[in-house]
Design a protein around this ligand. Structure first.
Ligand code: IPD
Ligand code: CA
Ligand code: CA
Length: 294
């Protein structure tokens, strides 16, 4: 018995020490967060220059096994980002769309989609961009979403608010849309539902809303939902890099963020995600609609 008490108290001490270490290391992360932000911003600025120089050259476009496009620019940007992290923060992890994960299991993990909306980019539309976020134990603590052709950059740091082109967003139009079915809704492409054998759900969600926007670019839909141009957004069956910062943006502005599903996808560590975000009342109606249609 005595022995047991001793063991209990020593394992308690161990776990206390572990917890303290966690607190200390998260304190040091918080104190470094501005440095991490500058690091990510520098990458975004360099990427804009790189894209400007290279996009008019006939960049190679390939078809991936899932029938989506990837360009030389997608791959080059992700390689450049990985190189930067390895040089500056070799202990951090990197999850990106185009290459295998670096430092799997690292508590501080960069999540990057070098070009989101590649098809739009390759076809000359303006709705595409670069997504970078830093996650601490699975939760985003900083994020930059950059739309170079629209000159729109949305950034956020945990507990410091959201910035549009480096100017803090002080308040957002939060009033209800005139009526629920008149809301403007951003939604993922129908193909995302189809490839998950959920096409009927797409029909159920969209049939009664007057203003449905399918841009084919997650970054575009998320940025303009956060800015209030869409009342709510639905990302259906996407990957973590497609939604790397949305939870942070929503939280910092007091908007709703709901994880509807996190499902297994073979070969993808984090699986697939279905999430809702935006004005709380509209998100609540969408959630109810989805639950009823399931
Ligand atoms: C795609 C876009 C799109 C989403 C797809 C993604 P990519 O990303 O984010 O909005 O619906 O699921 O694959 O391939 O252009 O980076
Ligand atoms: Ca993407
Ligand atoms: Ca991409």
């Amino acid at each position: 018995m005595f022995c047991k008490v001793l063991q209990d108290s020593s394992s308690k001490a161990e776990s206390f020490k572990k917890n303290m270490n966690k607190v200390i290391s998260s304190n040091s992360i918080i104190s470094n967060i501005d440095k991490y932000y500058d690091f990510a911003k520098e990458f975004i600025d360099e990427s804009r220059i790189f894209i400007k120089e290279k996009r008019n050259n006939s960049h190679k476009i390939e078809l991936k096994s899932d029938n989506s496009l990837v360009t030389f620019i997608d791959k080059s940007l992700e390689e450049r980002f990985r190189r930067k992290v390895k040089e500056t923060y070799p202990e951090h992890g990197v999850l990106g769309e185009e290459f295998p994960e670096y430092n799997l299991g690292a508590p501080l993990r960069w999540v990057i989609d070098p070009i989101d909306g590649t098809q739009n980019f390759a076809y000359g539309l303006k709705s595409w961009g670069i997504i970078v976020a830093l996650h601490l134990n699975g939760v985003p603590i900083l994020s930059i979403y950059d739309l170079p052709d629209l000159n729109e950059t949305l950034s956020a740091i945990k507990d410091k608010g959201v910035y549009r082109n480096e100017v803090k967003i002080e308040s957002l139009k939060k009033e209800m849309p005139l009526n629920d079915k008149n809301s403007s809704i951003y939604i993922s492409r129908p193909n995302n539902f189809k490839r998950n054998s959920q096409f009927e759900m797409f029909y159920e969600i969209t049939k009664d809303y007057q203003n449905i926007n399918i841009s084919g670019s997650s970054i575009y839909g998320q940025v303009y939902t956060i800015l209030g141009a869409f009342d709510a957004g639905i990302e259906w069956a996407v990957k973590l890099w497609d939604i790397a910062g949305i939870q942070l943006f929503a939280k910092e502005l007091g908007l709703a963020y709901e994880l509807i599903e996190n499902f297994k996808v073979s070969g993808v560590v984090d699986g697939g995600f279905t999430v809702l975000f935006g004005k709380p009342s509209v998100v609540a109606s969408l959630k109810k609609l989805i639950e009823t249609a399931k």
